[in-house]
Design a protein around this ligand. Structure first.
Ligand code: KG4
Ligand code: ZN
Length: 342
């Protein structure tokens, strides 16, 4: 089949992402160009994502970004063979922007469109790297909204092994960071502060570490951090150290749970490959712990490039390209779009 150029649009939360991939005669699609605009600064003032502001900013950014990506690839809109967008999950208004633009573009160009599941984008994001994983593998999906362990047998063949019963791992980072007076998004800030702290200073819970199979729970950890954050010393120097210690202890608790459950999933499936995706996959302590434990067991760990761990358009274009290449999806010229916030 002739190569297809697929434009991907991501707008589920606070990043506007646009990218172009091209399907290949052999192997998975390849990334031609991608562009990203993060709204982080805009939302930081409010301590979290403000949905209405997110939608409006996506509207402002998505077409200029599309033009930028096309220019970078040396292509024009007439070279687009298919338009993919994030159908969900995410913020309804934000999703509608990407879906609306994708379908308007598709209709005006007379090309098919394809809605993609945001988590499938994260899951397949390591295929954007030079050294992509082989199937099957276990995937640890750790983002701001989701924490899941999946068995991935092929494109579109996903088995849920376990997931969080309350907060997501990214939420645990973000909420703990807030309790420590750190800005939004809390994950990167907390992990920076943790570098100066002692991870053994506070004994924090590791919920469900030895129970409930491969499911996770992080709500109890947040409560424990809340209790400890109220008992911090008032002396300035002592306070600074105690905050760093609490950050390090919190990170260690989250990392230990993610590590142990991932290893348990690998034992259960017998797989020799682990894929880590989603924003929390950027966490250095998590990467170090997983790399060390997996090296000992002869398991290969694959991560997306650091810049493609958090939300982006490349993973959406890639997921669409892989679904088409694998024959699990045939995009159609139907422009009555839908979104699935949940
Ligand atoms: O995948 P993502 O960009 O968006 C969702 O789909 O949710 O993930 C965002 C999450 C946030 O909770 C953020 O705090 C967390 O990923 N995060 C990190 C780091 N970088 C991003 N958490 C810990 N350490 C990091 N370095
Ligand atoms: Zn995401």
């Amino acid at each position: 089949p002739a190569p297809l150029r697929i434009l991907g649009i991501e707008s589920s939360c606070d990043e506007t992402g646009v990218a172009l991939v091209q399907t290949q005669a052999v192997g998975w699609p390849r990334l031609l160009a991608h562009g990203l605009h993060t709204q982080m600064r805009m939302h930081a003032e409010y301590g979290g994502v403000v949905p209405e502001l997110a939608s409006r900013d996506h509207i402002r950014r998505v077409l200029p970004l599309t033009e930028q990506v096309l220019a970078e690839a040396g292509l024009a809109t007439r070279d687009i063979d298919c338009v993919a967008y994030t159908r969900g999950p995410g913020l309804a208004g934000a999703l509608l922007v990407g879906a609306g633009v994708a379908c308007a573009l598709g209709a005006s160009l007379g090309v098919p469109v394809l809605g993609v599941h945001h988590l499938e984008g994260h899951l397949l994001s390591p295929f954007l790297s030079a050294d992509p994983p082989e199937f099957p593998f276990v995937a640890l999906l750790v983002s701001g909204g989701h924490t899941q362990l999946m068995r991935v047998v092929g494109v579109g063949q996903y088995e849920l092994l376990g997931e969080t019963i309350d907060d997501a791992a990214g939420e645990a980072f973000d909420k703990s960071a807030k309790l420590l007076g750190l800005g939004y998004p809390g994950g990167p800030a907390l992990s920076r502060l943790a570098e100066q702290g002692n991870a053994q200073a506070f004994a924090l819970p590791r919920p469900l570490l030895h129970s409930h199979g491969l499911d996770f729970s992080f709500a109890g950890l947040k409560t424990a951090v809340l209790v400890q954050s109220k008992k911090l010393p008032t002396d300035e120097a002592a306070l600074a150290q105690a905050r760093a210690d609490l950050a390090a202890s919190t990170q260690a608790a989250i990392v230990e749970v993610l590590l142990k459950k991932s290893l348990a999933a690998l034992r259960q499936t017998g797989d020799q490959r682990l894929v880590v995706a989603g924003g929390v996959g950027a966490n250095r302590a998590l990467r170090e712990a997983l790399n060390l434990a997996c090296a000992r067991r002869g398991v290969r760990v694959h991560y997306p490039e650091l810049a493609l761990c958090t939300d982006n358009g490349a993973m959406i274009a890639m997921a669409a390209g892989m679904r088409i290449a694998a024959g699990v999806d045939t995009p159609i010229k139907r422009y009555a779009f839908d979104v699935k916030p949940r």
